[in-house]
Design a protein around this ligand. Structure first.
Ligand code: GNR
Ligand code: NI
Length: 167
């Protein structure tokens, strides 16, 4: 197991579209356990392989308080959605930024698990938000892409200033 480095916005590697996993083998299972270790250490409620510079369609999530409900989705696909809901989101790749994003309230997801079996899940609440946020990462999309131009410009200035101060 290993804690991996998380890429930070505006790193262009966060924009790479992840490729499907052809077969769930030991290498993929090692990636899954490294993603869990990195996510729990951060700490975060989800993590996509893209964020650790691995451009394969693998995500993990655990929205439980006790960190005892781990979910791993390989080649995840949203097969149905219901409703809309706004949630305050954050991202380990955009530290310190929290903004409201509107997404589907309930989703149906199809994916492979770590055993390579096809699983179907209906998710709502924070898990539904998290899965949509993680699948966006696999597409090279970040939650800040949903903000108005005004908010994004404000954010760009804030991050540029933070970067100047960090030098
Ligand atoms: O830890 C995280 N918290 C979070 C809160 C609201 C909506 C989405 C998230 S995901 C985020 C971890 C992360 O960046 N995953 O890609
Ligand atoms: Ni994120």
């Amino acid at each position: 197991m290993a804690i991996l480095d998380i890429l930070h916005y505006p790193d262009p590697r966060l924009r790479i579209k992840a490729q499907p996993v052809p077969a769930v083998d030991d290498g993929v299972r090692r990636l899954v356990s490294d993603l869990f270790e990195t996510m729990y250490a951060a700490p975060g409620i989800g993590l996509a392989a893209t964020q650790v510079n691995v451009h394969r369609r693998v995500i993990v999530a655990d929205v439980s308080e006790r960190h005892d409900q781990p979910w791993c989705f390989i080649n995840p696909r949203v097969t149905g959605t219901e409703g809309r809901e706004q949630t305050e989101e954050g991202c380990l790749s955009v530290p310190g930024v929290f903004e409201t994003v509107e997404r589907a309230e309930r989703i149906q997801v199809q994916a492979l698990n770590a055993q390579g079996e096809m699983v179907n899940l209906v998710a709502d609440g924070l898990l539904a938000v998290c899965i949509q946020h993680e699948i966006d990462h696999l597409e090279g999309k970040l939650f800040v892409d949903y903000l108005s131009i005004l908010k994004r410009n404000r954010l760009r200035k804030k991050l540029a200033k933070a970067q100047r101060l960090a030098l």
